[in-house]
Design a protein around this ligand. Structure first.
Ligand SMILES: [Zn+2]
Length: 447
C-alpha cells in the first residue's frame, strides 16, 4: 500500500503542503494545500517533522574514521599531515576497514544522508577488496552509494607524497577497476551501487594514470572524481612538474567533461570557473575540511554564477572528523555566508547544495528532489528537540540549528532510520569495536 507522509510541519518540495505519497521505491504524488491523495494510503503523521529530500554526500574517505583527531597530526598543514597519515593507513586490515566503513555509513544515515560517495585510494596489500567491503556494508545499512575505485601510483621514489606500501602500478589499478565495475556498477535509474574512478590527486598520481582512468571511464560511461585545487601549493606543484595550471593539466588529460566532479575546488581563477561551467564539471565543497586544514574556502557563489553545480562533502574524518551531512550543510551555510555575505548564501542555498547539488555531482537525475517519479529518498527531522524548538521558518531552522540526528530516513521507499536509530544496529557495540580497532591501528603504526 502507498504511504502518505501527511501534513509535515515544513517540506522541501513544490506544491506539497499536505505532504508526499510514496509507492514502492518512488514518490508518486505531491499533495497540495486542501487536497487529498488520489490513491488509498497508509498514513505517517509528519506534523512534527521537517521533511527534506535525502541528503547527498559527495566526498568522503570512510576508512579515515579510524584516524580521527590523530595527535601527531592535529595542527599540521596538509602535506605534513598526509605524511603522518600514510604510514598509519598502510597498516589497515580488512577487519579495520569494515568497522570504519560501518561507522561512517551509520553516522551518515543518522544525519539524514541517503546517498553517499566514497573515495577509497589507499590499497596496501591487505585491502585488495576494499570496494567489495564497502558494497557489503552499504547494503547492510541501506544507503545508496557511489563508490569510487581510487588510486595512487606515484610514491616518494617517483616524486609523489605517499610511501610505496600504499600505491599500486597502473596495470593492477585498471584491472581491478574493470573487475569492480563489471561486478557492481548499476548504470540504471534507482541504482543502489554505482562505481566511479578516482585517481587521488596530482601529488600522488602519474599523468598516464590520469589519462588512462579518463579513457576507462569513457569506455564504461562512468563518472570521474579527484581532489583538485584543494591547496595553494598545488598550483606551484603543477606549474613546476607539468608546466601548466591544474585546470590546463585536467583538460590535457581528458578530464574536463560533464562526468567529472572535483573535491574542494578552492583555487580557480574567474576564467577557469567559466571553463569548468562550460564543460559541465561539478564541485564537491567540503567546508569543515576547508576550515580544519586551513586551506582556504571554495568560492561557491562565484562557481554557481559560472554555472558550475556544487554539492557538499563531509570529507574524510581525518580532515573533518565528523560524518554528519546536516552538520556539513550548516558549515557550508556559515562558511559561505561569512566569506560572501548574507545576500549570497542562505539556508535554502545550503539545503539545495546538500540535495540537488549533490545529485548533480553524482550524475543522478533520480534523487535530490521530492517530486513524482523521483526515488523515495527522504529525511525527516523532528522539531520537538530542545535545539530546534521555537523555529518560525522550519526549513531555515533545520540549517541554522542542525539537529544532531534525523528522526526518520527512507531510501528507495524503505525506512533505514526509525526514531533516531538504525534498526538492528547496536551503536554502543559498534563504537566499542571501532575504538579498539583505532587503538590497535595506532599501536601497529608505533604511535
Ligand atoms: Zn578528500
Amino acid at each position: 500500500m502507498a504511504l502518505w507522509l501527511r501534513d509535515p510541519l515544513a517540506i522541501m518540495a513544490p506544491k506539497a503542503k499536505r505532504g508526499i505519497v510514496i509507492d514502492g521505491a518512488h514518490v508518486v504524488e505531491c499533495v497540495g494545500a486542501g487536497a487529498e491523495p488520489s490513491v488509498p494510503c497508509a498514513v505517517f503523521d509528519a506534523g512534527d517533522h521537517v521533511v527534506v529530500p535525502g541528503l547527498v554526500n559527495t566526498h568522503h574517505h570512510f576508512y579515515q574514521t579510524l584516524t580521527r583527531a590523530l595527535a601527531p597530526a592535529l595542527d599540521a598543514e596538509v602535506f605534513p599531515w598526509l605524511q603522518v597519515m600514510y604510514p598509519v593507513w598502510r597498516h589497515l586490515t580488512e577487519a579495520d576497514l569494515r568497522l570504519a566503513v560501518r561507522v561512517a555509513l551509520a553516522e551518515l544515515a543518522l544525519s539524514g544522508c541517503t546517498t553517499t560517495a566514497d573515495h577509497h585510494y589507499v590499497f596496501p596489500p591487505a585491502l585488495e577488496f576494499a570496494i567489495d567491503i564497502a558494497v557489503e556494508e552499504a547494503a547492510r545499512i541501506g544507503l545508496r552509494v557511489t563508490l569510487t575505485r581510487g588510486s595512487m601510483d606515484l610514491s616518494i621514489e617517483d616524486g609523489g607524497l605517499p610511501p610505496a606500501a600504499v600505491v599500486q602500478d597502473i596495470g593492477r589499478i585498471l584491472a581491478d577497476s574493470e573487475r569492480v565495475v563489471a561486478r557492481y556498477h548499476d548504470p540504471g535509474p534507482g541504482a543502489m551501487v554505482q562505481i566511479a574512478l578516482a585517481p587521488c590527486s596530482p601529488f600522488s598520481v602519474s599523468r598516464e594514470l590520469m589519462r588512462d582512468s579518463a579513457v576507462q571511464a569513457a569506455k564504461h560511461g562512468l563518472r570521474l572524481h579527484t581532489h583538485m585545487a584543494a591547496h595553494a601549493d598545488e598550483i606551484g606543484y603543477c606549474l613546476e612538474r607539468f608546466g601548466c595550471r591544474p585546470v590546463d593539466y585536467m583538460e590535457e588529460l581528458g578530464w574536463l567533461g560533464p562526468n567529472v566532479w572535483l573535491a574542494h575546488g578552492i583555487f580557480f581563477s574567474p576564467a577557469e570557473m567559466m571553463r569548468l561551467g562550460r564543460a559541465g564539471v561539478s564541485i564537491a565543497h567540503c567546508p569543515s575540511s576547508n576550515m580544519i586544514t586551513a586551506s582556504g574556502f571554495c568560492p561557491v557563489p562565484d562557481l554557481e554564477a559560472a554555472e558550475v553545480a556544487v554539492g557538499l562533502g563531509v570529507d574524510g574524518s581525518s580532515a573533518s572528523d565528523l560524518s554528519s551531512m546536516i552538520g556539513e550543510a550548516r558549515q557550508a551555510f556559515l562558511l559561505q555566508r561569512a566569506a560572501h555575505g548574507a545576500k549570497r548564501a542562505s539556508a535554502a542555498d545550503a539545503l539545495r547544495w546538500a540535495t540537488a547539488g549533490g545529485a548533480a555531482c553524482l550524475g543522478r537525475s533520480d534523487i535530490g528532489t521530492l517530486a513524482p517519479g523521483m526515488q523515495a529518498d527522504v529525511a525527516l527531522f523532528r522539531a520537538g528537540a530542545l535545539g530546534f524548538t521555537g523555529v518560525d521558518d522550519a526549513l531555515a531552522g533545520l540549517i541554522r540549528s542542525a539537529p544532531a540526528r534525523a528522526d526518520r530516513v527512507m531510501v528507495a521507499g524503505r525506512w533505514i532510520v526509525e526514531d533516531g536509530r538504525i534498526p538492528g544496529l547496536d551503536e554502543a557495540a559498534l563504537a566499542h569495536m571501532h575504538a579498539e580497532a583505532a587503538r590497535n591501528l595506532r599501536g601497529r603504526a608505533g604511535l
